[in-house]
Design a protein around this ligand. Structure first.
Ligand SMILES: Cc1cc2nc3c(=O)[nH]c(=O)nc-3n(C[C@H](O)[C@H](O)[C@H](O)COP(=O)(O)OP(=O)(O)OC[C@H]3O[C@@H](n4cnc5c(N)ncnc54)[C@H](O)[C@@H]3O)c2cc1C
Length: 386
C-alpha cells in the first residue's frame, strides 16, 4: 500500500487549492481525480465578486471580463440596475482557472493521480481504494464535488440535496460588457436566470432550479434572442446548504461542494470554498504536527462560526422566495423602484455577505413595504436570525 501524509480526492478548484497549500508546508500530498482533463466539461458561470482577491488565488490571465453591477429583471420585464463605480465582480474562464490551480499544486510538489477514480474512502482506517490499488494517509480531504459518497458515509441520516444548474455558452450580437442580467421566472424559483457577458460577442446564459432538466431547457431556450447561437451546453449540480451536515469524522474531512460550502441564494461556491480551505489547511497543519485530530473538529467549528449565520439567513430568504409568485415579484420590483431601493442595494449589497443588506432593509422597515403578500411573521423570523 502506498502511503502519503495527505490524500486529496478531487482536483476541482477547492481540492487543488488545499493540496497546494499543504504541499507548500512540506507535506507529502497526493491528489486524485477521475478525470484526465482538469476543469472539463465547464460546469460554472464563472462569476465571482472582487472579494476573491483576498484569497490570493486569482491570476489575471483567467479573467474574461470585469463587471460593475447587475440588471435585475422582474417576470414582466421591469428592470432595476444595481451598480458601483468600480468593478464588483470578475467573469472567469473556469476551465483555464481549474487548470491553473491544479498546475500550481503540482509545481508545489503534489503527486497527481489523474484518470483514477476513488471508489471508496475508508474513514475508520484513513485509506482509499481505486480500481488500481489501495493508498493510506494520515489525513484524507474529500473535495469531490456535490455527489459525494463520503458525505453520505459521514451523514447516513441526511440526504444531500442539490439544485440543477444548466448553462449555454452563446455567440451573440455586440453587447454591453459592464453588467450581468439576472431574471426571475416562476417555474424555477428559488433559482433564477443569468446572462453573463464573457466578451463583446459571447456570453453564458444559464439558470438553476429544483425542477427537471427538460423544464429548465425549455425556459433557457425561451430566454435566447433570435440572433443567439448556442456553442455549448453544460449542466451540473449545486449543493444545498444543510446546517446539520457533519464535515469531519476521524481523520477525514469534507471540503468545497462536498461539504455544501456554497452560498444558498446564488449557488456560488468558489470564494466560500477557498475561505474554508484556509480554515481547513491551518487546522490540518496543527493536526499533522501534533498528531491530534481535535484540530480537524476545530475546522468544522470555525467553518460554522464564519458561515453558519450567513448561510442560514440566506436559506431563510430562499424559502420565502420559493413561495412567491410572479405577481409578487412584479409588485415588489415596482415598489423597489418607487422607494429607490436600487440605491440601498448598490450601497449595502455584497454578493458574498447578504446579511448587511437584509439588516438595512429590515431596519428601515422597507422590506415590509416591498413584500406585503408574504407573511410579515416569516420576515420577522429572518430578522431574529440576523
Ligand atoms: C451551472 C453552475 C454554475 C455555477 N456558477 C458559479 C459561479 O458563477 N460562481 C461560483 O462561485 N460558483 C459557481 N458554481 C459553483 C462552483 O462551480 C462550485 O462551487 C465549485 O466548482 C466547487 O469546487 P469543488 O472543487 O468543491 O468541486 P468540483 O469543482 O465539483 O470538483 C470536484 C472534482 O472531483 C472529481 N471527482 C468526483 N468524484 C471523484 C472520485 N470518486 N474520484 C476521483 N475524483 C472525483 C471531479 O472529477 C472534479 O474534478 C456553479 C455551479 C454550477 C453547476
Amino acid at each position: 500500500m502506498t502511503n502519503y501524509d495527505i490524500i486529496v480526492v478531487g482536483a476541482g478548484p477547492i481540492g487543488s487549492t488545499y493540496a497546494y497549500k499543504m504541499a507548500k508546508e512540506g507535506f507529502d500530498v497526493a491528489l486524485f481525480d477521475m478525470k484526465n482533463r482538469i476543469g472539463q466539461p465547464l460546469q460554472c458561470a464563472g462569476l465571482v465578486s472582487t472579494n476573491i482577491c483576498d484569497t490570493k488565488n486569482l491570476p489575471e490571465h483567467v479573467i474574461n471580463n470585469r463587471v460593475k453591477g447587475a440588471n435585475l429583471y422582474s417576470p414582466e420585464g421591469t428592470m432595476i440596475r444595481v451598480r458601483k463605480e468600480k468593478t464588483v465582480a470578475y467573469v472567469l474562464d473556469r476551465v483555464m482557472y481549474d487548470k491553473y490551480l491544479f498546475d500550481r499544486a503540482v509545481d508545489a510538489g503534489v503527486t497527481h493521480h489523474l484518470g483514477e477514480r476513488v471508489l471508496d474512502v475508508d474513514i475508520d482506517n484513513t485509506t482509499i481504494k481505486t480500481a488500481e490499488r489501495k493508498y493510506s494517509a494520515k489525513l484524507i480531504a474529500v473535495a469531490s464535488g456535490p455527489t459525494c459518497h463520503t458525505s453520505k458515509k459521514m451523514n447516513p441520516d441526511l440526504n444531500d440535496e442539490s439544485f440543477l444548474g444548466l448553462q449555454y455558452t452563446v455567440k451573440t450580437e455586440n453587447q454591453e460588457l459592464d453588467y450581468v442580467n439576472l431574471s426571475i421566472k416562476e417555474g424555477i424559483l428559488p433559482g433564477f436566470l443569468w446572462e453573463i457577458p464573457t466578451s463583446p460577442f459571447t456570453k453564458r446564459v444559464g439558470l438553476f432550479t429544483e425542477g427537471s432538466y427538460s423544464e429548465a431547457e425549455k425556459i433557457l431556450n425561451n430566454q435566447l434572442k433570435s440572433s443567439d447561437e448556442i456553442i455549448e451546453k453544460h449542466n451540473g449540480l449545486i449543493p444545498k446548504f444543510n446546517p446539520n451536515k457533519r464535515i469531519v469524522k476521524n481523520n477525514t474531512i469534507l471540503l468545497g461542494d462536498s461539504a455544501s460550502q456554497v452560498k444558498p441564494t446564488t449557488g456560488g461556491g468558489l470564494i466560500s470554498g477557498f475561505n474554508c480551505v484556509e480554515i481547513a489547511s491551518k487546522n490540518s497543519i496543527k493536526m499533522l504536527e501534533e498528531g491530534n485530530n481535535k484540530y480537524l473538529l476545530n475546522y468544522e467549528k470555525e467553518y460554522h462560526k464564519r458561515y453558519y449565520d450567513e448561510f442560514k439567513a440566506q436559506k431563510n430568504v430562499q424559502n420565502i422566495i420559493r413561495d412567491m409568485t410572479e405577481d409578487d415579484f412584479n409588485y415588489m420590483f415596482k415598489k423597489l423602484k418607487e422607494y429607490e431601493v436600487d440605491k440601498i442595494i448598490s450601497e449595502y449589497g455584497d454578493m458574498d455577505n447578504q446579511t448587511p443588506l437584509l439588516k438595512e432593509l429590515v431596519k428601515t422597515g422597507i422590506i415590509f413595504k416591498l413584500v406585503p403578500k408574504i407573511g410579515v411573521r416569516r420576515l420577522k423570523n429572518i430578522w431574529k436570525s440576523l
